[in-house]
Design a binder for this molecule. Structure first.
Ligand code: BES
Ligand code: MN
Ligand code: ZN
Length: 492
């Protein structure tokens, strides 16, 4: 999909040639005497256009306009959140087989770079279609969205950021939406390698032999019941100075989670194809980095495998040795995410990172705690937690900090190993995070539990592409902070 910016006077706005126009309407009627002004003023005055962001009024061949279909949409204060809602509603109302080019007239509202980025994001979101395994799906007809603004030059950065964000979110959606037989660990690794073709990203892929040599016994235990070989994907984006400590992103890449021997019930088990949503968000973030090119170094780590029951599968009670040397009694094979992540977190330390953020569809308990609105945020470092929370607010991709009191780790004690991998039902999202924390002693670390936010269920079943917007925003913000030369700060 193509996005472009055009400087338009209000007079030119009415004559803008497109299959349909969205006119963003401010709260109060703007002064002026052009067809655009008259149409908007009349709609507001006649009370035909309800108040409230996203409320719209469809018109057909209004006087003085070139486009046949003109949709007036309330944009309120025209900030990021309002534009996301207004443009999303507008595109959703207008999209259809005959609409390839939509003009969004934003000359009557005060739009800034962040606002334009949100508008671009919303336009893509509202017109997204997954077609890879559905030949009968009508592909996205919308090929071009032109934003008509008062001064295009002032908004170039917003357009660039919006396009990069869309590339990232759609990359993540594509891979998360693919069924598990179209997104095996090897296929994810190939996708990561393909991202490296552009030149700005470097990708290394480790297989079972190398992972064994590293001593990743926890990761291997999860993979051992599957016919699909595991992969450990290592990606490098170097936009900063060589030697600057990188941010490391670690994404859970369970391409299908049956639960293993601790088998899940059949209902909605198909949704466990989304259990690589963390991995997809890391891939998507890298796709966005390659386009946006911020001045920061980033490493992406993706441990990826299936969690299957099988004659060779790991059994409840089995004890495995993690790369850190700590042993784990696997009491429930369905708590597999933490097992693949713990070895990746140990591996992360070798990059002497300025921060490590893992992203995982980790617990059903997090869905119960926070629902689909906010991702769970856990961190031992207040500065990192604040930075991530703020990035989420800026990007409209929200998260909420959860506690990490040591008392929550009590239930992880085991008589047969250094720890168990589960701790009962109570506080399940937190005890999972406490498990991960045992592998982050030397790191400035945060964990995002995206079990509730990575995909939608029901009729709108599909990946949300979250938390790519949050991660990209965090990395942009971080690129504007001074890199910590003395990396791997101890936890606060
Ligand atoms: N991938 C699941 C978590 C999940 C479940 C995400 C449902 C979204 C919706 C994870 O691997 C898992 O199975 N977690 C268990 C942990 C339990 C065994 C301690 C869970 O949440 O039930
Ligand atoms: Mn599981
Ligand atoms: Zn899982």
């Amino acid at each position: 999909m193509n996005f472009e910016l055009k400087t338009l006077t209000p007079a030119q706005a009415a004559e803008f040639p497109a299959d349909a126009l969205i006119v963003l309407v401010p709260d109060t009627a703007p002064k002026g005497d052009t067809p655009l002004h008259r149409l908007v003023a009349q709609a507001i005055k006649g009370a035909d256009l309800e108040a409230g962001v996203g409320k719209s009024l469809a018109t057909y061949r209004p006087e003085g306009f070139k486009a046949a279909r003109v949709l007036l949409v309330r944009a309120g204060a025209a900030d990021g959140a309002a534009l996301r809602k207004a443009v999303g509603a507008g595109i959703a109302a207008l999209k259809g087989p005959g609409v390839a080019h939509i003009g969004v007239i934003a000359t009557l509202v005060a739009i800034d770079n962040a606002g334009l980025r949100s508008a671009v994001q919303a336009a893509a979101e509202a017109s997204y279609v997954f077609t890879t395994t559905k030949p009968s799906a009508k592909p996205r007809a919308l090929a071009r969205v032109s934003f008509g603004v008062a001064d295009a030059n002032a908004l170039r950065e917003g357009l660039r950021a919006g396009k990069a964000l869309v590339a990232g979110v759609e990359f993540a959606k594509e891979w998360a939406n693919r069924p598990a037989n179209h997104a095996t660990p090897s296929m994810l690794a190939e996708a990561a390698k393909k991202l490296a073709r552009g030149g700005t990203i470097k990708t290394d892929v480790l297989g079972p032999k190398q992972v064994e040599a590293l001593g990743m016994g926890a990761f291997m235990a999860v993979a051992q019941g599957s016919a699909q070989p595991l992969r450990f994907i290592v990606m490098h984006y170097q936009g900063g100075t060589k030697g600057d400590a990188p941010v490391v992103l670690v994404g859970k890449g369970i391409t299908f989670d049956t639960g293993g021997i601790s088998l899940k019930p059949a209902g909605e088990m198909d949704e466990m194809k989304f259990d690589m949503g963390g991995a997809a968000s890391v891939l998507g973030t890298f796709a966005a980095l390659a386009e946006l090119k911020p001045a920061i170094n980033v490493v992406g780590l993706i441990p990826t495998c299936e969690n299957m029951p099988d004659g060779l599968a790991v059994k409840p009670g089995d004890v495995v040795r993690s790369m850190s040397g700590q042993t784990i009694e696997i009491l429930n094979t369905d708590a597999e995410g933490r097992l693949i992540l713990c070895d990746a977190l140990t591996y992360a330390a070798r990059f002497k990172p300025r921060a490590v953020v893992d992203i995982a569809t980790l617990t059903g308990a997090c869905v119960i705690a926070l629902g689909a609105v906010r991702s769970g945020l856990f961190s031992t470092d207040d500065g990192l937690a604040d930075a991530l929370r703020q990035a989420g607010e800026t990007a409209g991709d929200l998260c909420w900090r959860m506690p990490l009191d040591d008392d929550y780790a009590e239930g992880l004690k085991s008589n047969f190993a250094d720890m168990g991998n589960v701790a009962g039902r109570a506080g399940g999202a937190i005890t999972a995070a406490k498990f991960l924390q045992k592998f982050t002693a030397e790191l400035r670390w945060a964990h995002l539990d995206i079990a509730g936010t990575a995909w939608k269920s029901g009729a709108a079943k599909g990946s949300t592409g979250r938390p790519v917007p949050l991660l990209l925003q965090y990395l942009i913000d971080e690129s504007q902070r001074k890199p910590a030369k003395a990396a791997a700060r101890r936890k606060g």
